[in-house]
Design a protein around this ligand. Structure first.
Ligand SMILES: *[C@@H]1O[C@H](CO)[C@@H](O)[C@H](O)[C@H]1NC(C)=O
Ligand SMILES: *[C@@H]1O[C@H](CO)[C@@H](O)[C@H](O)[C@H]1NC(C)=O
Ligand SMILES: *[C@@H]1O[C@H](CO)[C@@H](O)[C@H](O)[C@H]1NC(C)=O
Ligand SMILES: *[C@@H]1O[C@H](CO)[C@@H](O)[C@H](O)[C@H]1NC(C)=O
Length: 439
């Protein structure tokens, strides 16, 4: 099966034709598929589904008796042409999918060598299932593998075999929200065709493999909500196509490698809830496509860097609880697209720059729990705008209450001040207790 090219076919339409051409009207399905592959599919479905009549109901799954979670394509090179199973999908969007309480991954998956897509959502919820060490060797055509939200899919992620021989086409690998633990196999870094890698919401530990620098086609990397530790590998700077990187909610530490500044395609960078130390590398001024930069809850312990003013596409900048010192910079008005600015829970001192009010799209602003002081002279219109947007989100008509985004500026105790009276009152922040407060 070296270079078999496949042709996607509407199986319902074709079913009638095929019946005449091949005389496959005895219902056995033997003429449209190789028997071994058909029996393999039956095994796989029986191993997963509660409904044990699936096999009786779908004797010709590629033609006369299709099922929405199974797709087939017609092989071109065989004579007569045969159907091959190219997709198996079990998920909540499929009719009657409930998985058996003893669902497992059948070894017969190896009998479906033409699979391009295998996706199993929320199926292993009671029976403990793990991936065999040879799991990835079974599929030579696989492009898309999603095993997601299976709480009892546990154990380690097996290392994929040398990629060029075994999984050369894999583009999407999503193992999100399962019960995997242990280290991330460094061999994943050999999957040079991989475009999306999502291992989030597991209990993976150890470091992010240096070998990830080999994932040259990667556009999305999500390792959030694990227990990863150690430093960020500088090799991640090689991934020039990366657009979204979410490494939040781990235990990563050390300095942020300056090489990350090479990621010119990056739109989203979420490093929040780790133990990364500052300062932000100056190379980050090259991240000119960055729109979302979140790094809350890390011991950055430095001033907000001037380089942020060069990131003109920024929409969300979130630096809460970062030990920021110094003053609130005055460069924010150069970030015309900024809609959310979170600087709460830091050690910022000085005043609130008046020119924040010139940000045309600012929607959410939180400066509370700092040591800001001085007179607050933001124009009434600006305060009103924040307040109004917040109020409409909140669907509250209570004009005596602050909206969420406005209470962001002041502390909770100012709940009785009317939003539109805030701007004109000679408002003063005190810093005695570390809380920005309007009095
Ligand atoms: C996750 O892993 C940590 C240590 O690696 C362990 O202490 C913890 O119990 C694990 N949590 C779960 C839910 O398995
Ligand atoms: C921030 O302020 C707190 C309390 O005022 C202080 O304990 C802490 O050392 C300060 N942190 C930095 C990084 O200055
Ligand atoms: C700001 O957003 C608008 C609309 O999404 C976009 O057209 C514009 O290019 C953005 N500005 C910058 C500097 O990226
Ligand atoms: C603003 O930050 C404070 C603390 O840092 C938090 O308690 C409050 O909920 C935040 N407000 C909004 C609207 O996010």
């Amino acid at each position: 099966m070296a270079s078999l090219s496949l042709l996607l076919v509407g199986y319902l339409v074709l079913a009638a034709d095929l019946g005449t051409i091949l005389g496959a009207s005895d219902g056995s399905g033997a003429e449209e598929m190789e028997k071994d592959e058909l029996l393999g599919l039956f095994d796989v479905m029986s191993s997963l589904l509660e409904d044990q009549s699936w096999v009786q109901m779908h004797p010709q799954p590629c033609t006369a008796t299709p099922w929405p979670g199974v797709e087939c394509e017609l092989g071109e090179e065989e004579e007569p042409p045969l159907f091959h199973v190219t997709k198996v999908h079990i998920g909540p969007d499929i009719l009657n999918p409930p998985c058996s309480s003893s669902a497992f991954l059948s070894r017969s998956l190896v009998k479906l060598p033409f699979l391009k897509t295998l996706s199993i959502f929320n199926c292993f919820t009671t029976s403990r299932v793990s991936l065999s060490p040879s799991f990835f060797t079974s599929f030579s055509y696989l492009e898309h593998l999603t095993l997601q939200s299976n709480p009892t899919l546990i154990g380690k992620i097996p290392p994929p075999p040398p990629p060029l021989s075994q999984a050369p086409n894999l583009k999407v690998l999503c193992l999100k929200q399962n019960g995997f633990h242990g280290e991330i196999p460094q061999q994943l870094g050999g999957l040079a065709s991989l475009e999306q890698l999502d291992l989030s919401y597991n209990n993976l530990s150890g470091q992010i493999p240096q070998e990830f620098g080999g994932l040259k086609s990667l556009t999305i990397l999500d390792l959030s909500w694990n227990s990863l530790e150690g430093q960020l590998p500088s090799s991640l700077g090689n991934l020039r196509l990366l657009q979204k990187t979410d490494l939040s909610s781990n235990m990563l530490n050390g300095m942020i490698p300056p090489e990350l500044g090479n990621l010119e395609s990056l739109v989203l960078l979420d490093l929040s809830y780790n133990m990364l130390s500052g300062p932000i590398p100056s190379s980050f001024s090259c991240l000119e496509n960055l729109e979302y930069f979140l790094i809350d809850h890390n011991p950055i312990n430095s001033e907000l860097p001037l380089l942020l003013s060069t990131l003109k596409k920024l929409k969300t900048l979130s630096f809460s609880d970062c030990g920021l010192t110094g003053t609130v910079p005055t460069y924010f008005p150069s970030l015309k697209n900024l809609t959310a600015l979170f600087l709460n829970r830091n050690n910022l001192s000085g005043g609130v720059p008046k020119n924040l009010a010139t940000l045309p799209n600012l929607d959410q602003l939180n400066l509370s729990q700092n040591q800001l002081s001085g007179e607050l002279s933001l124009p009434e219109g600006f305060i009103y705008r924040l307040g109004k947007r917040g109020l409409s989100k909140q669907k509250s008509c209570d004009s005596e209450k602050y909206s969420p985004s406005l209470s962001a500026i002041v502390s909770e105790k100012q709940g009785h001040v009317k939003p539109n009276s805030f701007g004109i009152s000679a408002s003063v922040f005190t810093g005695e207790d570390g809380h920005g407060r309007l009095i």
